[in-house]
Design a protein around this ligand. Structure first.
Ligand SMILES: Nc1ncnc2c1ncn2[C@@H]1O[C@H](COP(=O)(O)OP(=O)(O)O)[C@@H](O)[C@H]1O
Ligand SMILES: [Mg+2]
Length: 317
């Protein structure tokens, strides 16, 4: 941090003071105030995060941050330093889960703007990420929630179903927890491109819904706001990705806890409890009797249980 700050002072040609921002789980983030009143955001990237596979390589994150700014969604990149970024300070309100539940339409429209912008420099698949994390857990002997491996066939089933009729990939953030949204007036902006990459837009939406504890109705409302319709093919696609978010990010916490112990202690956050909670939610949704219908919907198959014929007859009567 001191080196980056010295670099910013030199770049700005004036005194700059630094106020650390708590809340991020991975990096050191600070608000900088310059003597002339300008305000910036300093993001010093912790190389251990990408080294542990918990984030994309720094160069990719920086390139994608620039592109997200070009889309009008991310903060502008004002100055690059080795391992650190000086960003536009977004003067707004960081969202929490309640706010993300209250704002599905503005959140969907921020995603649409991001997704309509320039493609990112890398691709991202939640299924490959799950595989990487699992390999890390095995190599390092990290503990995963009991019963985790029993769920892997369901993840493979979801992947096959989504691949049967794929959507074109778009530049996705892939880690839209509430704290990565900042409301500035009527617009919602998006920060923190640590896991960004071109991906299925349905993952973006399912991930938002998972992170803000959306119920199925609110998840469908987010899908409608984004896609402009409520075809089951799309709403069910989002619901399946919600499950994949919980299932995969369970391991993010297991890996973070296992490999970045010292940093985890600093962050004042219960990584193990978070992993257990995400896994419990994924297990609940996989065991739900409606799971099979979600799979059928995205494959474009007829529902397993046809509507009873008298239903139609009564409407005609
Ligand atoms: N450009 C910005 N302008 C204003 N606040 C920001 C900006 N970037 C981040 N923040 C604030 O700092 C917090 C942590 O930043 P973030 O980039 O998400 O770090 P981490 O990777 O550690 O999660 C955000 O939740 C937000 O409140
Ligand atoms: Mg963040």
């Amino acid at each position: 941090m001191p080196d980056a700050l010295r670099d910013v002072r030199e770049w700005a040609g004036q005194p700059v003071t630094e106020t650390p921002i708590k809340g991020g789980l991975s990096h050191r983030i600070a608000r900088l105030d310059a003597a002339d009143g300008q305000r910036w955001l300093l993001r010093v990237l912790d190389p251990r995060v990408s080294a542990a596979g918990l984030g994309i390589p720094l160069e990719q994150e920086i390139a994608n941050t620039v592109r997200a700014a070009d889309a009008g969604v991310g903060p502008r990149v004002l100055h690059r330093m080795p391992g650190a970024l000086l960003l536009e300070y977004l003067d707004g309100v960081t969202l929490d889960a309640d706010a993300v539940r209250a704002l599905p339409e503005p959140v969907a429209s921020a995603c649409r703007r991001l997704h309509a912008g320039p493609r990112f420099v890398n691709d991202f698949s939640i299924f490959r990420k799950l595989g990487e994390f699992l390999a890390l857990c095995r190599v390092h002997g990290l503990s995963v929630p009991r019963g985790y491996e029993d769920r892997l066939p369901s993840a493979a089933e979801i992947e096959r179903a989504l691949a049967a009729d794929p959507l074109p990939t778009v530049p996705c953030h892939n880690d839209l927890l509430p704290q990565n949204f900042i409301r500035c007036g009527r617009q919602v902006r998006i920060v923190d491109y640590q896991l960004s990459g071109n991906n299925d837009p349905a993952f973006e939406l399912g991930d938002i819904a998972a992170e803000a504890d959306y119920d199925p109705d609110l998840t469908d409302r987010l899908s409608r706001a984004y896609f402009g319709g409520d075809e089951p093919r799309l709403t069910s696609r989002v619901r399946l990705n919600l499950i994949m978010s919980n299932l995969t990010w369970t391991l993010w916490f297991a890996v973070h806890h296992g490999l970045l112990r010292e940093q985890a202690a600093d962050a004042d956050f219960d990584y193990d409890a978070e992993a257990a909670d995400k896994f419990a939610q994924a297990a609940r949704d996989l065991d739900d009797p409606g799971f099979g219908r979600l799979i059928d919907d995205v494959r474009g198959r007829a529902p397993r249980i046809p509507h009873p014929p008298h239903h139609h007859a009564r409407r005609l009567a």
